[in-house]
Design a protein around this ligand. Structure first.
Ligand code: IPE
Ligand code: IPE
Ligand code: MG
Length: 240
């Protein structure tokens, strides 16, 4: 079982278009899949689930679509926080919050606070997130510490960079899923996915249900993760 699953929830717009509906209907339908994946993660004992909800590049979409997505964030948060508390889920928003309206930022803060003592599952929602943004903000934090004399250049290593990324306490993703048929990373968790197992599903996100998620988990269970070692080394480790 992967400890950390990250998902690019793609295909809402195409799902809606295929049905003659506006793209916004696809975003609304996608909320159902979020619920299914969260519940199945709880059932299977996944520790961390990170969902890509809005990328730093998605601001380039038509303002009307961006507005629908913002409203959906607000209404979904309001509707789901209680359920998250009941299920012992801790919510964390990752990304550059400063671009959101003060009202939405307040809601994000409230929802995080309401769930901060929960521990069964960490649900990370990536909003205005970009892998390059994440590495950039970590770099800037390190530069400030060096400039202020709190860190030496020699102390800059992979651990120091990881410690300044968006979720230093959570493990790197083990399984990286993208729905919607495209085979690309689209600036999601660039640093953290260095050794993630990639899984691409042709299903559109609103179609991605419990069975589809379990198919991805089963596929992951069949992979041999080598981390640079040989297959023989891995086999001898498992044997001992
Ligand atoms: C993913 O679905 C949701 C967001 C990016 C916010 P899309 O809206 O990208 O759907 P497609 O890829 O156009 O079908
Ligand atoms: C990635 O999907 C971002 C989210 C799912 C939030 P996009 O639909 O924005 O990615 P591209 O533009 O097809 O690469
Ligand atoms: Mg898309």
């Amino acid at each position: 079982m992967p400890e950390h699953v990250a998902i690019i929830m793609d295909g809402n717009g195409r799902w809606a278009r295929q049905r003659g509906l506006p793209r916004s209907a696809g975003h609304r339908a996608g909320a159902k899949s979020v619920r299914a994946v969260v519940e199945e993660s709880l059932r299977c004992g996944v520790g961390v689930l990170t969902l890509f909800a809005f990328s730093s590049e998605n601001w380039r979409r038509p303002p009307s679509e961006v507005n629908v997505l913002m409203e959906l964030f607000m209404s979904t948060l309001q509707a789901e926080v209680k359920r998250l508390v009941e299920h012992d889920v801790r919510l964390r928003i990752i990304g550059d919050m400063s671009a959101f309206s003060p009202r939405l930022q307040g809601q994000f803060m409230d929802a995080q606070r309401a769930t901060e003592h929960n521990s069964r599952l960490i649900l990370q929602v990536a909003a205005n997130y970009g892998g390059r943004w994440d590495i950039t903000q970590a770099t800037r934090a390190i530069a400030v510490e060096v400039a202020e004399g709190r860190m030496r250049v020699d102390d800059i290593d992979e651990t120091a960079i990881s410690a300044r990324l968006s979720f230093p306490d959570a493990p790197d993703p083990d399984l990286f899923i993208r729905t919607g048929g495209e085979k690309r990373i689209s600036n999601f968790l660039l640093w953290q996915s260095a050794y993630a197992e990639l899984y691409f599903s042709d299903l559109m996100w609103p179609e991605f249900d419990t069975d589809a998620f379990n198919a991805a988990l089963s596929d992951f269970a069949r992979r041999q993760r080598r981390f640079g070692l040989t297959g023989e080394q891995i086999a001898s480790r498992v044997a001992t």
